[in-house]
Design a protein around this ligand. Structure first.
Ligand SMILES: Cc1cc2nc3c(=O)[nH]c(=O)nc-3n(C[C@H](O)[C@H](O)[C@H](O)COP(=O)(O)OP(=O)(O)OC[C@H]3O[C@@H](n4cnc5c(N)ncnc54)[C@H](O)[C@@H]3O)c2cc1C
Length: 404
């Protein structure tokens, strides 16, 4: 049993819901109440520009309200609200289709980990900068030889008295060429057992010796970089937690990353068509039923699965509030990301040849988006730990099966 988190009375929550609804109604500009393109997503950063004046206004209002980080302490710019309040804000935003005002690894992953493991100076500097949209963060975990077996990482940080000297490289660092900072796992004790010689460092991307090379993708886009560290001096105060104990920070951060991915389908900024609606638009019906019995059965399976996932998310949330430790969060990254793949494949099967358009006049925007989301859905089963690795974790930690 974990300690129960602060729980509000139903009456207080209903009162909060009605106030939140009113506040959102008065403060969310109309232009910020519709799906957005990936280019319109705002990630912040030292040199970032808002996609529009309304996006800026909306971000500033949410920031001043403390709702960029609703559960984070007020002394760092958060709202000091409970998980229940935060859920209500999300639900009410979704109800008016309000855009998420700030995206990024700072808000999703680093912030929560720093609140747990960071010292006061680190929280003052970095949590506030994240909330103010002044720092965009990259993740420096994977290396060319260390992905699934992350603990085998080799990027080295040598103790040089008042600083660490970092040498090595990180790969698949999303948007590292646009980021101001990178949180990095580095090897500080090469002689220790692999998990015990790792530390967690915060590194300014402007430091001399850091360079990034974009990695071209088959889509023609380049979302990833390889990031190189060549004798980079990192001040000692940028170590998070204890020396050689970075693996604990890394794992906590991964919990937040995987939770985010488990909910990926419910939080898409794009206009996404759902399989049932697509079926009505694209399929033949006989006597009120979808003619193809296999597709009919796949649709029902999908709907039942999504209902079960929704209920499990609800149960996980209630267990968290009650302080009950449960295995559900460990399985949800696998279940949620695989469900997105199933949804995309189902949509393509329903759309037939209309689901094959990467671009061009013969296809609607929603058809093109569906194909692109299908490609995206696959990468989410890799990022943050592959499905196979999630199954290994479930086998070991949840089912406690013997290890080979
Ligand atoms: C969209 C996206 C964004 C990403 N962003 C970042 C980022 O910002 N920063 C960062 O550090 N990394 C990032 N990554 C990298 C990601 O964490 C790794 O790709 C992932 O951990 C897998 O590592 P790998 O690519 O080296 O594959 P490998 O570890 O080489 O795995 C290859 C295949 O072997 C399987 N496999 C490996 N070991 C086992 C095992 N023990 N049992 C069963 N199967 C196994 C895997 O499941 C996989 O199918 C990103 C990846 C993606 C797709």
């Amino acid at each position: 049993m974990n300690a129960p988190v602060r729980r509000e009375s139903l009456q207080d929550l209903e009162q909060f819901r009605s106030e939140a609804r009113q506040w959102l109604e008065e403060n969310c500009p109309q232009s910020q109440r519709q799906p957005m393109t990936p280019e319109e997503q705002y990630y912040g950063g030292r040199n970032a520009e808002f996609p529009s004046e309304d996006a800026k206004l909306w971000f500033e209002r949410m920031r001043d309200q403390g709702w960029i980080g609703p559960e984070w302490p007020t002394q760092y710019g958060g709202g000091d609200l409970t998980a229940q309040h935060s859920k209500i804000i999300k639900e009410e935003m979704r109800a008016i289709r309000a855009r998420t005002p700030l995206y990024g690894l700072g808000i999703w992953m680093l912030g929560p980990a720093l609140l747990e493991f960071g010292n006061e100076a680190q929280k003052q500097q970095h949590i506030r900068a994240i909330i103010d949209g002044k720092a965009r963060w990259a993740q420096g975990y994977s290396e060319p030889g260390s992905g699934s077996d992350l603990a085998s990482l080799q990027c080295r940080a040598e103790d040089k008295g008042d600083h660490f000297l970092v040498n090595g490289s990180k790969i698949w660092t999303t948007a590292a060429d646009k980021c101001d900072w990178i949180f990095c796992l580095v090897r500080t004790d090469p002689d220790a057992k692999k998990q015990e010689g790792i530390s967690f460092l915060l590194i300014d991307m402007d430091d001399p010796g850091i360079s990034t090379t974009p990695i071209g993708l088959i889509s023609g886009e380049s979302e990833f970089c390889q990031t190189f560290f060549d004798n980079v001096k990192v001040p000692k105060e940028n170590l998070v937690g204890e020396l050689n104990k970075g693996w604990s920070v890394a794992k906590e951060l991964l919990v937040h990353e995987r939770k985010l991915m488990s909910e990926i389908g419910s939080d898409s900024p794009r206009e996404v068509i759902v399989p049932n609606a697509a079926a009505r638009e694209y399929l033949d019906f006989e006597h009120g039923k979808i003619a193809d019995s296999q597709l009919r059965s796949d649709l029902v399976d999908y709907d039942m699965n999504m209902h079960a996932i929704g209920l499990t998310h609800f149960r996980t949330f209630e267990e968290k509030i009650a302080g009950v430790r449960s295995a559900a969060p460990m399985v949800m990254k696998y279940v949620g990301t695989e469900a997105e793949v199933t949804k995309s494949e189902l949509l393509l099967a329903i759309m037939g040849s209309q689901g094959l358009g990467w671009e061009g006049d013969g296809f609607s925007k929603s058809e093109i988006d569906t194909l692109r989301l299908w490609a995206m859905s696959k990468i989410m089963t890799i990022a943050g730990g592959t499905s196979e690795i999630q199954l290994n974790v479930i086998a070991k930690n949840v089912l406690q099966l013997p290890q080979s």
